[in-house]
Design a protein around this ligand. Structure first.
Ligand code: SPD
Length: 346
């Protein structure tokens, strides 16, 4: 091929890959509800020209069911908690991340990286972490009576509790109250936890994971299980709402950005992850939602009032009995069966 022709051929290839095969300027993000200030998505679009098609869910199970049904297609980003990262990567539902496209990865706190649910962070980027404990309105309930998960069974809470719509978290409480691991896979433990939780059901007013703090602020409920960030936000509106780290041990969680296997906008998904990894963006997210950030550079920028609040950044001794939820493998079927029966009042 003559030199001039080669140049034209190279130019032709460049035009073809850039303008014909370039990803459409969009990214489809499937996230927990009330888990991202949406103005940040507008900012991302204004900067990059990439439109974010955003939809939400209120439980890991709902997110997983949809992505599994679509065999990892349909979304470019999702936000599973630790145990679902583990499950989804083992089932081949996740796409490995290209760290070269994530310069902001260096901002993350090494203590939040390389966890057993995803060694080497091949598939996941920590977004926010926190604890699940007890919320109590001390104006209406003596706080001395609500120090342990076991206190939720007190008769005075009849039809008064709010629980998250979260199967693993509710079973965590049943299991830990009985002295078992919150991740037990032993069918006898699960049966006992189910029986124990059946006794709790008359005290449950409702299950909600969308914006649970609102139900405390409006006075609809006075106590229940809650994520620490939601308790912090409720406390901002009504100082009578307090967060308790239960005596038996709190539940520890971390939610993580992942790219489903069949994502069609890989480059855009990496761009959005990297945008969320910027320190100033991490700070805005952590301050708005009042959860702890795994982004060490963002934490340095967070309002000291929040950064020094032990409800959100608890001292190590408060976490000593805490436990992360991990993947329970095939036992998940038994959890799901008992969960359905509990909610159906069986
Ligand atoms: N509003 C969404 C809050 C998500 C908190 N983390 C969920 C942990 C589930 N086990």
């Amino acid at each position: 091929m003559r030199k001039g022709h080669l140049g034209i051929f190279v130019l032709f290839l460049y035009v073809l890959t850039t303008f014909v095969y370039a990803e459409p300027p969009e990214v489809r993000f499937f996230n927990w509800s009330d888990y991202l200030p949406e103005e940040l998505l507008e900012r991302f679009t204004a900067e990059t020209g990439i439109r974010v098609r955003y939809s939400t869910y209120d439980s890991n199970e709902a997110m997983y069911a949809k992505i599994k049904l679509l065999q990892g297609k349909g979304y470019d980003l999702a936000m599973p908690s630790t145990y679902y990262v583990d499950k989804m990567r083992k089932e081949g539902l996740l796409h490995p991340l290209d760290k070269a496209k994530l310069p902001g990865f260096k901002n993350l706190d090494p203590r939040r990286l390389d966890q057993p649910f995803d060694p080497g962070n091949v598939y996941s980027i920590p977004y926010l972490w926190g604890t699940t404990g007890i919320a109590v309105n001390v104006h209406r309930i003596d706080p001395a009576k609500v120090q342990a998960w076991a206190d939720l069974w007190r008769p005075e809470f009849r039809r008064g509790l709010l629980l998250p719509n979260d199967m693993r978290e509710v079973f965590f409480v049943g299991l830990r109250t009985l002295g078992y691991s919150g991740n037990s896979t032993d069918p006898r433990h699960l049966r006992e936890a189910y029986e124990k939780l059946r006794q709790l059901m008359p005290n449950v007013r409702l299950f909600n994971s969308d914006s649970p703090q609102m139900l405390y602020v409006t006075g609809e409920v006075d106590a229940g299980m809650i994520w620490n960030g939601n308790a912090y936000r409720a406390h901002q509106e009504d100082p009578n709402l307090r967060y308790v780290y239960p005596e038996e041990g709190c539940l520890l969680w971390m939610d993580n950005l992942v790219i489903p296997k069949g994502a069609e906008h890989l480059a855009n998904a990496h761009k959005l992850i990297d945008f969320l990894l910027r320190p100033e963006i991490g700070k805005l997210i952590a301050e708005k939602l009042a959860y702890a950030s795994p982004n060490a550079e963002a934490v340095k920028l967070i309002d000291p009032k929040l950064r020094n609040d032990p409800v959100i950044y608890p001292p190590d001794e408060w976490l000593r009995n805490g436990e992360y939820t991990i993947d329970v493998g095939a036992a998940i079927t038994l959890y799901a069966e008992y969960w359905e029966r509990l909610k159906a009042g069986e």
